[in-house]
Design a protein around this ligand. Sequence first.
Ligand SMILES: C[S@@+](CC[C@H](N)C(=O)[O-])C[C@H]1O[C@@H](n2cnc3c(N)ncnc32)[C@H](O)[C@@H]1O
Length: 270
Amino acid sequence: MTIEERVNQLTARYSAEADVYERVWAPMLREAGNRLLSRIPLNVDSKVLDVGAGVGALLPDISALVPGGVTVGVDRSKGMLSHASSDYPVAVMDASRLGLRAATFDAVTMTFILFHLPDPSDGLKEAHRVLGPRGSIGIANWAAGDEEWPAFEIWTELLDEHGADPPSPVLSQHELVNTGELLEELLSAAGFERIETWVETIERTWDIDSFIQFVTGMAIPKRRYDSIDPRARPTLIETLRGRLEDLGPTDLTHRAQVLFATAAAGGSRV
Ligand SMILES: C[S@@+](CC[C@H](N)C(=O)[O-])C[C@H]1O[C@@H](n2cnc3c(N)ncnc32)[C@H](O)[C@@H]1O
C-alpha cells in the first residue's frame, strides 16, 4: 500500500467510526486538550486553528477562550468533521499540506494527530507556515511509557482466547513523537523557538456499556473483534460483561501519560 493509500485508509476508518469516537473516546482527549489550552498564550481576539480537529470536541473550548477571535478546525476525515458544531468553520484538509495562507493564525493546536502523519515534520512545518511570527503551537500526544487499564487487559486476553486476529498495522507512528526530546528536535527543525515539553497523567473511569461500545466499535479493538466468528461474539461479550462486573471501580479506570509541547513560531521562517 502506498503512503497515500494508508492515509486514506486511516481517515476512512475515522469517518466510519466517528459516532462511537464522539460518544466514548473524545471526552478523555478533550480533557487533555483543555490542559494544553491552559498553557498556550491566547488573547480574546486570537485566531486559532485546530489541526486534526476530529469531531470538533475542542472547538467550543478554544472559542470560549477567544470570544472575539476566530476558531477554525481542519481534518482529513469528512465523517469526523461532520460531527463538529456548525458554530465553527471547518474544512477537510491534510495536515501535511494545509490549503491556508501563510501567517494567518495566532495559535495552532494539534492534539493526538502528529503520530498519524507519514512524516510528522511536514505537519509541523505547515503549522509554522500558517502561524504569524508571534504565533504559538500546542501539541498533545500519547507519551512513551506505561498505561494502566485493567479492563482493556481483560478484553485483550478474551480476544486472544477466542483466536482473534493480531492487531493490524495502522498509520500510527507513536515512536516518532512520544518523548520530549523527539518533539523538541522536530519543533526546532520546523523553525519553532522557546519549546517546552512536559508529561501529565490523564484518567477516565469508564462505565461498562461505554467500554463495550469502545472495544466493539472503534480502532484496533474493533478490528480484532470483527475478525471473530459472528456466532461466537454474543458469548464473548457476555463473558466480558461478567468479568467487568466482577472488577472494582478502579479497574475500570484508564490512566495514560500524555506528552504536551508548546512553542513559539518566532521570527525565523524555514
Ligand atoms: C485521535 S484523532 C484526534 C482528534 C482530535 N484532535 C481529538 O483530540 O479528539 C486523530 C484525528 O487526526 C485526523 N487525521 C489523521 N491523519 C490526518 C491527516 N493526514 N491530515 C489531517 N487529519 C488527519 C483523523 O481523521 C482524526 O480525526
